[in-house]
Write a protein that binds this ligand. Structure first.
Ligand SMILES: *Cc1c(COP(=O)(O)O)cnc(C)c1O
Length: 330
């Protein structure tokens, strides 16, 4: 593994905030539930990908990079934050997305453009073809005299996961003995780093359906970080995937409303909303219980809410008016 030093992209630590009204709604005591506000990380709209980028971009800089290339879905938070990191550090950024120009213009894509990134549209491709297009893009940039480095999908390899191993240590300095951290699992690096710092027993991952075998990916990265095999000890819930990655589920919509209306906190429909739905289910099952300290890891994603047609449609159409149109006249 690269031992390159991380590059600084934001100020630390992120706040750890109590969520007493949400705790009460879940049948917990007001001191039981905390939110780790990685959505407030001060780069590019915030979110968990910044912590991983401090390490992966640190390695790219050590390799002499002047250009960052990465892949993802067009609404990728990781792509948006890679674009922001490039802007912050004076590096060119090329994002490789499936699809064609003009197919979508909202959410994260607006910010990618604002940060000055270029996009290579790969057309109708699967994940393997997308990776191949990223390699071709790196080769084409080299032929033009650039020094590109490829940042992995979601920023998730063992180098990027070190950002979350560090985050786990950061949490332990804020709350010395948390019982459980609840976090969304996409490409898996976030959970892997937390497992390395907190131990497998204290991390509950909520699968978002981004990968076929999340446990294998998390175990591989956590294994590289710790030198031990945690596969059989990982705690990953798969009950919130619903119709698949990116699709809005009823329990996710309910979780978005709950967090917004108890704490004024915005979750996103793909990751953090699912993670909160998993936390709600865990509270119903008594896994998250009164008298134990639970930390909900807010990994960001707010811009993605505005790029998500199902979520925008759901909340857009439900704004009640005052006075009610069918109520009594004054
Ligand atoms: C990517 C992402 C995650 C998942 O993190 P991984 O390390 O890919 O598992 C969670 N929340 C948000 C908002 C994300 O963008």
């Amino acid at each position: 593994m690269s031992a390159a030093p991380p590059t600084s992209l934001a100020g630390w630590p992120t706040p750890l905030e109590k969520a007493p009204r949400l705790a009460a709604a879940l049948g917990l005591r007001e001191d039981d539930l905390w939110i780790k506000r990685d959505d407030l990380i001060g780069l590019g709209g915030g979110g968990n990908k910044v912590r991983k980028l401090e390490y992966t971009v640190g390695a790219a800089l050590a390799a002499g990079a002047d250009t960052l290339v990465t892949v993802g879905a067009p609404q990728s938070n990781h792509a948006r934050l890679t674009a922001a990191a490039g802007a912050r550090l004076g590096l060119d950024v090329v994002l490789v997305f499936p699809g064609r120009p003009g197919a979508s213009r909202s959410g994260n894509l607006v910010l990618d453009a604002l940060f000055g990134a270029r996009v290579r549209w790969a057309g109708d491709v699967d994940l393997a073809q997308l990776a191949a297009t990223a390699e071709e893009t790196v080769a084409a940039l080299r032929r033009r005299g650039a020094r590109p480095e490829l940042i992995p999908f979601g920023g998730s390899n063992a180098v990027g996961a070190r950002g979350y191993e560090q985050a786990g240590r950061e949490l332990l300095a804020q709350v010395p003995s948390p019982d459980l951290a609840v976090v969304a699992v996409g490409s898996g690096g976030t959970m892997a780093g937390l497992v390395a710092a907190l131990g497998a027993d204290r991390v509950l991952g909520v699968d978002t359906g981004a990968m076929e075998e999340p446990a294998a990916a998390v175990a591989a990265m956590a294994g590289e970080l710790t030198g031990s095999d945690v596969r059989d000890r990982l705690r990953i819930r798969s009950d919130q995937v619903g119709a698949g990655y990116g699709r809005l589920t009823a329990s996710t919509a309910a979780a978005l409303r709950l967090a917004a209306r108890t704490e004024g906190i915005v979750l996103d429909p793909v990751y953090t909303g699912r993670a909160m739905a998993g936390l709600v289910a865990a509270a119903e099952e008594g896994i998250v219980a009164p008298g134990r300290t639970t930390v909900f890891w807010h990994t960001g994603g707010l811009p993605g809410l505005f790029g998500h047609a199902e979520a925008v449609g759901l909340f857009d159409g439900s704004l009640p008016v005052f006075p009610p149109e069918d109520g009594p006249a004054d």
